[in-house]
Design a protein around this ligand. Sequence first.
Ligand SMILES: [Fe+2]
Ligand SMILES: [Fe+2]
Length: 217
Amino acid sequence: MESWLDLALERFDEENDPLVLRTRSVLARVVPDAPLHARLINTLSMLEHMGSHKIMATQHSAGIDQPTLKHVAEEAHHAWFMKRQAEKTAERPLEYVPADLLAPASARMYFQRLESAMTRTLGRQKSLRAVYLYMSMIVEFRALWFYRLYQQALKRAGHPMSLRRVLGEEQSHLADIANRLDMAGELSDARAAEFLAAERRLYERLLGAMQRAAAAA
Ligand SMILES: [Fe+2]
Ligand SMILES: [Fe+2]
């Protein structure tokens, strides 16, 4: 099991290698610019909030278990953490409105398109629980990858914000979810690879939109 995840993480890194430089350059442009940086952090807050909301909206059966409740609590905490950091950086309250966000339409589209791709593939035979597990797992791959690059960019810019706790939690979500899919007999390497490829295309579009928004700011 653990070896499946290790291999999948290795493959994810390889496949996303062409996106590392572009992501680093967007972060290097955004992080030192406080008003722009605040918009990025607020966008991450919105995505974390959407993630926790999606878990709540789909996982409300009587059988909801501890890992799911822990997951929703931690994603909600990430949304709050990012909002607090964003407002500290902006030195004013921020809302999830276009002027306070970075490429918000693409950020929302990233989530929605990913979810509908999965529902299309899994929805026919599988439960909402399988959609939740796959969706969470795929998003956690990206969260971990992105937050690592973000942490490096913060360090390089001498920024005091630390993502240590968030990174630790995303890492344990990923391991936990892969394990739950495996226990349920639903973990398929081919399916995960297919979803990760779709996710990569969506992330690339989001990255392009963030790049343009940062250049225009
Ligand atoms: Fe999160
Ligand atoms: Fe997470």
